[in-house]
Design a protein around this ligand. Structure first.
Ligand SMILES: Cc1ncc(C[n+]2csc(CCOP(=O)(O)OP(=O)(O)O)c2C)c(N)n1
Length: 351
């Protein structure tokens, strides 16, 4: 036969919970009623944190902040599947992941107010500090997965990044290594359609981001990133597969960044109101609420109670963050190198 197809790839797309709050029972993950309520409460807590952070930035009480509005299902759904012993490598937009994993909320406010001590992960939590340089966490995560495999630890590594991150060399180098060595790593891309002002259509000519994984010898799956059940299910299965020696998985969560890129951006300069409105009806929290209402898990009183709790937790966290003892300015210089450089000594004196 002079010509034949030697490879064809099938990219799966998964949605379980639709915008009306109905689920595809055949795909529904096993979650108890109390777990579903817990997920809902984490969604509300994370959205409340986000609102607080945006308001604090406008009041000049914290610095630049990257909102998670609209992306909560991708974050909480994925983090809910993570076990304490797994290792997490976030980008800079994963506050919902941090909150779900039990990171102290006050330390998140502390970090965004410019105090790096907020990223000193407390003992017992396996979360790397958030990563501002786009994509550089991919090789870090792959290295950690390599170490876990070498040591025979039955853990998985989870690495988060955005659609923009898939254009970085770090992404391709990390994916290649993960594929060749069949490493226990789950890559989660929150495709929120925009990398600052660069739309998804200008990021890549591929039909999906998920399909990029096939080039490196492992599966890429696309999931409705505003569907917390689908995200949870796919991530859970990928983590189990990684821990059973099945190698890496790439999960593309299709979602939307409802806010500006950061508080230093004005998205109305590069995207239309109509586009934002079209995504508003896909809100990840609204659809879980509808599902819970239909299944007798939601009432007005319950909503008031959990919103009150979320507000109290955030109030308390802001108070704690603002009462942490200030750092001495020397701290800024001390930890970049083992010993201060000549220039640092001069800068410190001049400060
Ligand atoms: C290496 C590097 N280049 C450029 C930037 C500036 N920058 C910050 S965020 C961003 C876009 C990131 O887009 P994406 O990966 O889709 O993540 P999102 O912000 O949408 O969550 C850029 C270019 C950076 N932080 N790091």
């Amino acid at each position: 036969m002079p010509e034949e197809i030697i490879e064809s790839l099938n990219v799966r797309y998964i949605n379980i919970l639709n915008e009306n709050g109905d689920v595809d029972e055949s795909l529904m993950p096993s979650l108890s009623q109390s777990e579903i309520k817990k997920i809902y409460e984490l969604l509300i807590l994370s959205r409340t944190f986000d609102r607080y952070a945006l308001n604090l930035q406008r009041e000049g009480r914290i610095g630049t902040y990257a909102s998670i509005l609209g992306q909560e299902a991708s974050q909480i759904g994925s983090a809910f599947a993570i076990e304490k012993s797994d290792w997490v490598f976030p980008s800079f937009r994963e506050m919902g992941v941090y909150i779900t994993l039990g990171y102290p909320v006050y330390m998140l406010f502390q970090y965004w107010s410019g105090d790096e001590r907020g990223m000193q992960t407390p003992e017992g939590l396996n979360i790397f500090p958030l990563c501002v340089p786009v994509g550089t966490q991919v090789p870090h995560a792959v290295g950690a997965a390599m170490a876990a495999k070498y040591k025979g630890d039955k853990i998985a590594v989870i690495c988060y990044f955005g659609d923009g991150g898939t254009s970085k060399g770090d992404f391709h180098e990390g994916f290649n290594m993960a594929g060749v060595f069949k490493l226990p790593v789950v890559f989660i891309c929150q495709n929120n359609q925009w990398a600052i002002s660069v739309p998804r259509s200008r990021q890549t000519a591929s039909k999906t981001l998920a399909q990029k994984a096939f080039a490196y010898g492992f599966e890429g799956i696309q999931v409705d990133g505003n569907d917390v059940f689908a995200v949870y299910k796919v991530v859970r299965e990928a983590l189990d597969k990684a821990k059973d020696g099945g190698g890496p998985t790439f999960i593309e969560c299709v979602t939307y960044r409802m806010g500006d890129h950061t508080t230093a951006d004005d998205a109305s300069r590069y995207r239309s109101k109509d586009e934002v409105e079209a995504w508003r009806s896909k809100d990840p929290i609204a659809r879980l609420k509808l599902f819970m209402e239909k299944n007798m898990l939601w009432t007005d009183e319950y909503q008031k109670e959990i919103e009150g709790k979320a507000k109290d937790m955030n109030d308390e966290a802001v108070k704690m963050a603002e009462s942490v003892e200030k750092q001495h300015f020397e701290e800024m210089f001390k930890y970049t190198y083992e010993r201060l450089t000549f220039r640092q000594i001069k800068e410190m004196k001049d400060f």
